[in-house]
Design a protein around this ligand. Structure first.
Ligand code: XBP
Ligand code: MG
Length: 259
């Protein structure tokens, strides 16, 4: 039976509830700056989240929603090629997102800082496996925990560093490979069905914490589904699976891994 060696965290929706008040706001700011009359509602964005990756999500919107909304296909402005157009729009969105993080738009979720501290005190290794752009990870960590917090993570596997994004397992396989660990030595933390498919695709036991966008997702295969990690004075709710502790801690993590 393997000892727990590392915790691997998803970012968006897991460390912080970034989608509605961060990414969605940034996308709409980028569309406005580009002079596009697109505006994604909270509801529409919930549908668009079926596709991971901001660039891929814009393409998905243009192929599957724009024609329905407007009764015509999207005609690209100017003479750029489509890839350039998407890339520039997404780069602008990332600028707006990182500024929102600097403005403190989205706090870390309940229990996240405590779990980080417990892991560091216990000498556990930590990594990040996310679909989001690396600059977004740096911005979130820096502006919630300070610049040194980047170094708490041995590997920050993010965005286009792998050929296939979640639900493909690539990003988790990349992270455990870089740490020279086996899946059975690690626990993954996710918030969405796509994220769980990815971590399970890498044979990682996975703990899910839900949020408003993912509460109705299929979390078959998760070891635990929780409302959040909880705090000693703010217990979590266990929605799937069993946990003896009232808040998720390293004792819970070790029991899950060795079960
Ligand atoms: C969530 C995603 C990302 C973000 C947007 O990533 O799918 O694409 O929604 O970020 P995860 P970008 O849950 O894996 O952290 O626009 O930078 O892709
Ligand atoms: Mg996520």
């Amino acid at each position: 039976m393997s000892q727990l060696e590392a915790l691997i965290f998803d970012v968006d929706g897991t460390l912080a509830d970034t989608e509605r008040d961060g990414h969605l706001v940034a996308f709409n700011m980028a569309f406005e700056e580009a002079g596009l009359d697109w505006h994604w509602s909270v509801e529409l964005y919930g549908h668009l989240l079926a596709v991971t990756g901001g660039k891929e999500r814009i393409r998905y919107y243009l192929s599957d929603f724009y024609p329905e909304e407007r009764g015509e296909a999207f005609v690209m402005p100017g003479s750029d090629d489509f890839d350039d157009f998407i890339a520039r729009l997404h780069a602008s969105k990332t600028q707006f997102y990182t500024q929102l993080m600097a403005d403190g738009a989205v706090p870390l979720r309940s229990g996240v800082v405590r779990l980080f501290q417990e892991a560091r005190d216990a000498g556990l290794r930590m990594a990040i496996a996310t679909t989001t752009t690396p600059a977004n990870v740096t911005a979130l960590l820096t502006h919630t925990l300070g610049a040194d917090s980047i170094d708490w993570f041995e590997v920050i596997a993010a965005g286009d560093i792998v050929p296939a994004k979640k639900p493909a397992a690539d990003i988790y396989l990349y992270a455990i490979d870089k740490m020279n660990l086996k899946a059975e030595q690690c626990l993954a933390f996710e918030d969405s069905h796509n994220g769980l498919l990815s971590s399970r695709g890498a044979d990682l036991k996975t703990i899910v914490t839900i949020n408003d966008y993912t509460s109705d997702h299929d979390f078959s295969g998760a070891e635990l589904v929780l409302s959040d990690f909880g705090e000693p004075e703010q217990p979590m709710t266990v929605l799937q699976g069993h946990c003896d502790e009232s808040y998720f801690n390293l004792q819970s993590a070790r029991k899950i891994l060795q079960a």
